[in-house]
Write a protein that binds this ligand. Sequence first.
Ligand code: SAM
Ligand code: SF4
Ligand code: SF4
Length: 387
Amino acid sequence: MKNSSSTVIPISAVGHARPAVAVPETAVPATGVLHDRLGRPLTDLRISVTDRCNFRCSYCMPKDVFDKDYKYLPHSALLSFEEMTRLARLFAGHGVRKIRLTGGEPLLRKNIEGLIEQLAEIRTPGGEALALTLTTNGSLLARKAAALKAAGLQRVTVSLDSLDDAVFRHMNDVDFPVADVLAGIDAALAAGLGPIKVNMVVKRGTNEQEILPMARYFRAHHGAKVVLRFIEYMDVGATNGWRMDEVLPSADVIARIHAEFPLVPLEAATPGETAQRWAYADGGGEIGVISSVTQAFCHDCSRARLSTEGKLYLCLFATAGHDLRPLLRGAASDDDIASAIGHIWQGRADRYSELRALQGPDDGSGSGNGNGSDKAPRRVEMSYIGG
Ligand code: SAM
Ligand code: SF4
Ligand code: SF4
């Protein structure tokens, strides 16, 4: 396959090791508002609950790298649900209002409902519950939707790259059928997990012909209950063989849909939203485009990412995370850990996509300049820190 080498890359070896996170000398109290160096508040936390997946999407976990010899994290390295919940509570104290569970495939983590129940108990300093969502490939959703809802999950995002079975089976590379994902979407709607976002990664030359069939299907079958979102194929990780000529700019996606179904732009629902929203002019619902490559949105990026083993990443394109696990498993108090998180966020200046737009993409292999360094270390994989 394309570019990726057949070498096994143990996840623990990916990126540069950072020194262990220390408790800062100056406390950073949880005031419910925390800004980074570029003035961006911390409002969203994505928690990766597993680095494993039952799909092998070529743009994320290409089969020749993520093969039977691939070294996933051992169970002892994974944060427990109690550890994740403790961190989530401390993040909420600093301003996080929304948590998205991701992975790998989050529904593969045993008893994920148990984690959702614990997260649903968290309150913000103002006494509000958090918005709890999850991103899934949909393969186990038909089976799990009702239990997820009962545990306290509010919404789901389902990834689906094509309605054409042959194209979809080729893209997930494990021969998984479209029908089962559609059944998962139906089950999630029936369980009350809507409106559902459906994410389609668009790769020029691979599934661009599916843009209109996807738009037609979700308009006709679900109207405003499903928001279809088209994601530009991103240069995340170091294994997917990303090439700019395989990116179909969101502007093209909009033009193609607009030609059949006229669209009108909508205002962002919340600041820091990743998608630009468009409504069907005839009232048939809305769609979104996530233009990470052609229109960087770093200026209001308010998302922190927690890896399955407890490393805090400040950007999807980061090469190293801040390891919170030793604090969790040591003698650090909640205030100590909250101060450490606060200190890390206050030092954040990441804006990879904006720099990429200025400087050109980095191939992620260690020789590019995407993060401003001539000898950039290898970026972490999307399946490790979640989308
Ligand atoms: N397994 C789950 C899923 O596929 O929904 C959750 C994890 S997956 C890493 C999260 C999202 O990242 C998915 O919507 C996926 O399509 C997207 N994604 C993965 N690799 C990508 C890439 N190279 N460019 C754009 N989106 C990507
Ligand atoms: Fe798995 Fe999601 Fe990555 Fe596809 S995009 S390989 S489903 S983690
Ligand atoms: Fe946020 Fe990094 Fe993506 Fe910019 S490149 S929007 S800082 S995750």
